[in-house]
Design a protein around this ligand. Sequence first.
Ligand code: OGA
Ligand code: MN
Length: 295
Amino acid sequence: MALAIEPLRPAHPDFAGKVTGLDIAAGVSAADAARLEAAMDHYAVLVLPGQNITDEQQYAFSQHFGPMEQATGDFAKPAERRLPMTHNDVSNLDKDGRILARDAKARLFGLGNRLWHSDSSFKPTPAKYSLLSARVLPDRGGNTEFADMRAAWDALDPAMQARCHDLVVWHSQLHSRGQLGFTDWDAADLEKNKPVPQRLVRRHEGSGRLSLYLSAHAGDITGWPTPETRIFLRDLTEHATQAAFVYIHQWQPFDLVMWDNRVLMHRVREHDQSQARDMRRTTVADRCPTLEQPL
Ligand code: OGA
Ligand code: MN
């Protein structure tokens, strides 16, 4: 079957596409990968159903799209990891495949994925694409929602656009986890999670469109008092995550969903934590820090 890419929702032809006629396990040609990248520039999220792949196949496929990130943002220490450093473990499982205890720090840290965010916005060079493979799913819940930050930008009035245009925002995992009540950081946590600067407004290379760049990791704006920053970012996030800009993905086993972190935010919704949810993410790095990218 030939590669085909079409809108997932005919009423929303510019956000979220569906890919058929591709078998990642069999290997993907450079030409097909280039077609996927062009489609990503348009849709920002692509759903590839029925991809029953190994970790190695997922990683090899991801490498078509740029330099790979390693899972250095994960909370688990290397000895406690279930997955190799090539994969972010987004599951609720420990290294032996058992469901994490209610008070396990890895589980509590993972609750940060329920806040709207952009992956690795806390890294100096943040993420370009994330590719998330669903291996085991709970009976219900655990949807992932995606919000289109280009549409959110377009919908701001010109005065607000002008206000946002040149702002520099500081991102850290200490801020996103701080929203969940984590405060007991040791010196190593503080050192590892120093805030990094990112543009609030970005120009998306592939489409030429402007986009907001928001994330739960965002905590300060250069030159602004912190409370003013926090309420400003909260208002912007509320605007940007209105239902009109959101695609809700209901997972099927072996879905692979890839998204462009440069132009969207995402979050996972609640599910029954007594059931396994085995999700594995590979991440493609952007080419440089956002402040080095032309606006
Ligand atoms: C991620 C993430 C959402 C989910 O992998 O970056 O936020 O559905 N995951 O698990
Ligand atoms: Mn994420």
